[in-house]
Design a protein around this ligand. Structure first.
Ligand code: ATP
Ligand code: MG
Length: 477
């Protein structure tokens, strides 16, 4: 009887205390199902899982996030997690973009459920990643990335920090508040609960967004040392979103740029791809140059950008990509990387030719060399390098306008990419504009008109015959 009375009076307080304790470590995740249902079903209890003093609660009236812009998949993921008694929020880029009136391109969810727990809740889900273990939850063709709140990253548990302070593995789970500290910018550390329509803000991210400022959470130097990719992110996100970079966030970049050399090439590739396909490639690359962050990223991109011809070509290619994205078209990464490295190929090609190699073998050697040098810094996926090589290898064929060859080039599966590439070369002044115009007209012409064009542009016969054998033999190998 006394025990029952004791329970009735103290039980709620005890459960709150247990909950508060769980904020500071993994013990949260070993709580029993009974505890969880208390925490999960009582909305008031869930609200106190973070330190309310450090999180401002931004109400719907203030943020005005339009719920209809949320993806259904994200809503279903949150609903599934919350029904199972977990906390779940939309976090990161999506909340930031919504507040800036941009349409988010993807939705990330943060939760206190472990990857295994998330995986058990959603039938169509899988655990991925090593550096960060995450769960991909699939709804139709949409994928929602669900991450468990990260804790402090002492080099203990499943975490690893290098001597320079770089975090190479990070699977220590923690509380919502700890998760917020671990995010890069204040604007990226907002947690939106679509059920309550509240945004939790631990680092004045809402005010920064309203003021148009990108600000690093914590000490910028330490944060860049932990993960040098953040230097690229700050440049990319400010260009993409039109946010200015806070002075203290900007200050250490120039002297820390070299740290990017230690980042694994595959991560750099992913980040650079995002940057080039952000729709704001020109601004991003210009900002990278201002911050001296482009050195060594695409090896010798810095050199290319310093040659007037190379710079013109790269900038035209980026402009072309930005325009495509602005008009809702897709941009092909292979095409883009082919353009970025083309002037490197041209230089190497020239060297091989001067050394006595024939034209086409020299081109192929140059292509392989440029890709190999590149791979040391930025691992361009094989699926892209194959297409890049096809686009490059096609280029000499555009200069042959006689006989049957132009017809066979038109049937090449990558003709369109090769042709677009040719047009950029013409536009940049590398080739006469007339060549691009000829191909445009030739592709559009029909029957006899097409044949007539050929005759008009026949090159001297002797040279053509000789180069035909060699080029065909190599190109088709
Ligand atoms: P984008 O619009 O390009 O997707 P994003 O900010 O959403 O931008 P993501 O790579 O999708 O970028 O990352 C999602 C969230 O994860 C970020 O908003 C941020 O909170 C966190 N994050 C991503 N990368 C880092 C990093 N290097 N360091 C700290 N936090 C990061
Ligand atoms: Mg994102």
């Amino acid at each position: 009887m006394i025990k029952k009375l004791f329970d009735r009076i103290f039980r709620p307080k005890l459960s709150k205390a247990a909950h508060a304790k769980s904020e500071h470590g993994r013990s949260e995740h070993s709580k029993t199902q009974a505890d969880r249902s208390i925490l999960g079903t009582k909305k008031s209890a869930r609200k106190y899982t973070h330190n309310k003093d450090s999180a401002a609660i931004i109400t719907y009236k203030q943020h005005q996030i339009n719920r209809s812009l949320l993806s259904n998949a994200a809503l279903k993921t949150i609903e599934g997690l919350q029904k199972a008694g977990f906390e779940a929020y939309i976090v990161g880029g999506a909340v930031r973009d919504l507040l800036l009136n941009h349409i988010p391109k993807d939705f990330d969810v943060a939760t206190d459920a472990t990857p295994e727990e998330v995986n058990r809740i959603f039938r169509r889900s899988r655990i991925i990643g090593r550096r960060f273990r995450l769960v991909h939850v699939l709804f139709g063709d949409e994928t929602i990335e669900v991450s468990t709140f990260r804790g402090h990253h002492q080099a203990e548990g499943d975490a690893h920090i290098t001597e320079s302070g770089r975090i190479t593995r990070d699977n220590v789970f923690g509380s919502l508040e700890e998760d917020a500290v671990r995010r890069d910018f204040t604007a990226n550390a907002l947690y939106y609960d679509p059920t309550s329509q509240e945004v939790l803000d631990f680092h004045q991210g809402f005010a920064d967004i309203k003021a148009g400022v990108l600000r690093m959470i914590g000490n910028p130097e330490t944060r860049y040392a932990e993960d040098p990719v953040r230097m690229l992110r700050v440049v990319r996100l400010s260009a993409k979103l039109g946010l200015s970079i806070d002075a203290a966030t900007m200050a250490p970049i120039a002297k820390m740029a070299d740290l990017l050399q230690d980042v694994p090439p595959s991560r750099l590739f992913d980040e650079m791809l995002k940057l080039f396909l952000s729709g704001h490639a020109i601004e991003s690359v210009s900002a990278l140059r201002e911050q001296h962050l482009h050195h060594g990223l695409l090896p010798m991109l810095d050199v290319v950008l310093e040659q007037p011809m190379g710079e013109r070509f790269v900038m035209l290619a980026l402009k072309n990509t930005d325009d495509r994205i602005a008009s809702g078209k897709s941009a092909n990464p292979s095409f883009l990387f082919a353009t970025l490295l083309w002037h490197e190929v041209l230089v190497a090609w020239e060297v091989y030719k001067t050394e006595g190699s024939h034209v086409i073998p020299a081109l192929h050697m140059a292509m392989s060399e440029v890709i190999a040098t590149q791979a040391e810094k930025l691992a361009i996926h094989n699926r892209y390098t194959a297409t890049m090589k096809e686009i490059w290898a096609m280029q000499p064929r555009f200069e042959q306008r006689a006989g049957k060859r132009p017809f066979s080039l038109l049937t090449h599966p990558r003709y369109r990419a090769g042709y677009d590439f040719l047009l950029l070369r013409c536009e940049s002044g590398e080739l006469p504009a007339e060549l691009g115009e000829w191909w445009t007209a030739f592709a559009n012409a029909e029957g006899e008109a097409r044949a007539a064009m050929l005759q008009a542009d026949t090159a001297p016969k002797k040279r053509r015959k000789r180069s035909r054998k060699k080029s065909d033999a190599i190109t088709e190998s």
